[in-house]
Write a protein that binds this ligand. Structure first.
Ligand code: NAP
Length: 485
């Protein structure tokens, strides 16, 4: 299959926080990979900005090291790297203090090219950056800003952040990143649903028994314990990433694949989410093992009630979904590192086969990681002369296998999203009202367990989470799928 890479327009991209973890791991290696793919034109310029005192060569050395560390060896072409480094520049700026650096930055910006500003810094600095970009005349009506998560920690802070950004930029200039939306499989959800006649007629409560969304991590809080302790799994994963996945599964077909049409439909889903009663919420904290500390030690807070695991049963109150629960679970230090969406269909209305033939539900599994792909479990006859016995087999489509070389080289979510910023396509970015609606649903859930003084249940590191989470499903006569790497 021939890959079609369409170069984007010429741009000046300023990365605030260019010396930080996200820039080094994702943004800069991602830009290099797009350059290697021929999508970033040679006339583009990438300007790093942070407080660290560096000159352009110092920044190039930092980017070279990041490419060495985060781009696989077979994608590191010395000539292309050398070329890419020539696109880089650096300005030392302290966003919180003083005016130094801003005039230099202004001098570097060119007329007539796309201007984008990536705020890869703590959210507390977003307001300062937006204000300075305006007061120095660096941002214009065609500029774009990219903001990272977390976008607030509740509805009030998200509203305040939206208001701050809105005082300098219009909504169509603001790109709120949720990197889950940049994943190939996640976009494929829309392709599968709306480019095939096969699934959509069945995509409702009449035919779908339930949906499971799982984001399971094997790592703990990895040295960021005290930071994580202020958020927890609900804020860190459910309010944004898992909510977005749920929206793409549950939304009505947009009238067109257009940013606002898609986001309007997602917003309707979020608004239709019902409050979650306490019995449909299970929170957990991983326990210490013989070799590793538990969550409380990692969080450096022996009294912490923050969850490193959460499972929820969620209802979407509309005609399509009334009666079909969505079970969400995510956690750290679990058995496997895997993310998937599993859609379990109902039984056929009448079985012509004896019970002894064996029957199991059809399940459509969309794997986000590892090995992105889809798998539809269907019933067939077991081969051989043993009579009519049914067996479930997977119709398995690993993108890497199905799409050959192109599938094996799926761009990272950040690469795709940054290219979308340059293209001016907001489809895969969260709109302000969507984000506020997500917090409006999340806040009462968190306030509820805070008011009740609930303590998360302990679970063993390397397990599949707290026992109570199993009960959440068993109670309904269902089971969590076993996730494997
Ligand atoms: P980080 O490693 O702490 O980097 C922060 C960056 O901001 C550094 O480049 C730092 O450089 C710069 N900075 C700090 N104060 C500054 C100031 N006053 N003026 C200008 N620059 C300043 O953080 P990160 O992990 O890269 O995260 C960046 C943002 O992305 C955060 O909002 C985070 O929540 C979000 N995020 C990160 C990840 C991830 O995987 N890392 C994932 C999702 C979202 P100097 O010290 O040189 O100034």
């Amino acid at each position: 299959m021939v890959s079609r890479v369409i170069p984007v327009e010429v741009f000046d991209l300023v990365i605030f926080g260019a010396t930080g973890d996200l820039a080094r791991r994702k943004i800069l290696p991602g830009l290099y990979r797009r350059y290697l793919a021929g999508q970033v034109p040679a006339e583009c310029r990438i300007i790093g900005a942070a407080r660290t005192d560096l000159d352009a060569d110092g920044f190039r050395a930092l980017v070279t090291a990041a490419i060495d560390e985060f781009v696989p060896a077979d994608r590191r072409d010395p000539k292309v790297i050398a070329d890419f480094l020539q696109r880089l520049d650096y300005v030392s700026i302290d966003a919180a203090r003083g005016e130094a650096g801003w005039t230099t930055l202004k001098g570097l910006m060119r007329k007539g090219v796309v201007r984008a500003f990536y705020f890869s810094v703590a959210p507390a600095l977003f307001g300062e950056l937006a204000e300075k970009l305006h007061s120095h005349g660096i941002a214009n009506a065609h500029s774009r800003i990219v903001v990272e998560k977390p976008f607030g920690r509740d509805l009030a802070t998200a509203k305040a952040l939206n208001a701050t950004l809105a005082s300098h930029f219009s909504e169509n200039q603001i790109y709120r990143i949720d990197h889950y939306l940049g994943k190939e499989t996640v976009q494929n959800l829309m392709a599968v649903r709306f480019a095939n006649i096969l699934f959509e007629p069945l995509w409702n409560t009449q035919y779908i028994d339930h949906v499971q969304i799982t984001v399971s991590e094997t790592v703990g809080v990895e040295g960021r314990g005290s930071y994580y302790d202020k958020s927890g799994a609900m804020r860190d994963m459910v309010q944004n990433h898992m909510m977005q996945l749920l929206c793409l599964i549950a939304m009505e077909p947009p009238y067109h694949f257009d940013p606002n049409a898609v986001r309007d439909e997602k917003l309707k889903v979020i608004r239709a989410l019902q409050p979650v009663p306490p019995e449909d919420i299970v929170r957990g904290q991983y326990l210490a093992s013989k070799t590793a500390p538990g969550y409380l030690e990692d969080a450096e807070n022996p009294e912490s009630r923050t969850e490193s695991y959460i499972a929820l049963k969620v209802h979407v109150a509309n005609w399509r979904w009334k009666g079909t629960p969505f079970y969400l679970r995510t956690g750290k230090k679990l058995r496997a590192r895997a993310s998937e969406i599993a859609i379990t269909f109902k039984e056929p209305p009448h079985s012509i086969f004896d019970d002894a033939a064996g029957w199991r539900e059809n399940v459509l599994v969309i794997r986000l990681q590892p090995n992105e792909g889809m798998n539809l479990k269907v019933m067939i006859k077991e081969p051989g002369p043993g009579g009519m016995r049914l067996v479930q087999v997977p119709l398995d489509m690993s993108f890497a296998e199905a799409l050959g070389e192109e599938g094996a080289d799926i761009p990272d979510a950040y690469e795709r999203l940054i290219m979308d910023v340059i293209r001016g396509n907001q489809t895969l970015f969260m709109r302000g009202d969507e984000l506020e609606a997500a917090w409006a649903w999340t806040d009462p859930i968190i306030e509820g367990w805070e008011a009740r003084g609930d303590r998360p249940k302990g679970y063993d590191a390397g397990s599949s989470g707290p026992e109570d989470a199993l009960m959440l499903m068993h109670r309904d006569g269902r089971r969590w799928r076993e996730v494997r790497e």
